[in-house]
Ligand binder design. Structure first.
Ligand code: ZN
Ligand code: ZN
Length: 124
């Protein structure tokens, strides 16, 4: 499944059209974009509605959402580990399952609500 994706560059307003793979949610495609007018770079995260055949959702992604999620997961795990160590010193036991996925919620114009799942690497 692929889609013709059009966006307007934030810097110069130039129109860019390209064909992107768009797997059905919860899978997604993440790609660097380069404006063909001014060369400005951004990223896009695109996913296809699992409920209808002709709609897709996308996020323009200057922050690199998957890296952000993974960086945040690392931060969380680091801080949880500090808390667990402290609890252990006080004789308590805590076990925490770290999630494997971070869902991003989306709504399609067809009315379907779904999420795409950003994988969180195993940080143990
Ligand atoms: Zn541009
Ligand atoms: Zn839909």
């Amino acid at each position: 499944m692929s889609v013709d994706f059009t966006y307007y560059c934030y810097r110069c307003g130039g129109k860019n059209t390209l064909n992107l793979p768009a797997p059905n949610a919860p899978a997604y495609h993440h790609q660097d974009l380069t404006c063909n007018n001014c060369g400005d770079g951004t990223r896009v995260l695109v996913s296809h509605c699992p409920n209808c055949s002709n709609q897709y959702v996308y996020w323009i992604d200057d922050l690199h959402i998957p890296n952000l999620v993974q960086g945040f997961a690392k931060y969380m795990v680091h801080n949880m580990q500090a808390m667990i160590d402290k609890a252990a010193q006080q004789g308590a036991r805590i076990s925490i399952d770290t999630p494997e996925k971070f869902p991003i919620n989306a709504a399609c114009p067809c009315g379907a609500k779904f999420s795409i799942d950003i994988e969180i690497p195993d940080l143990d």
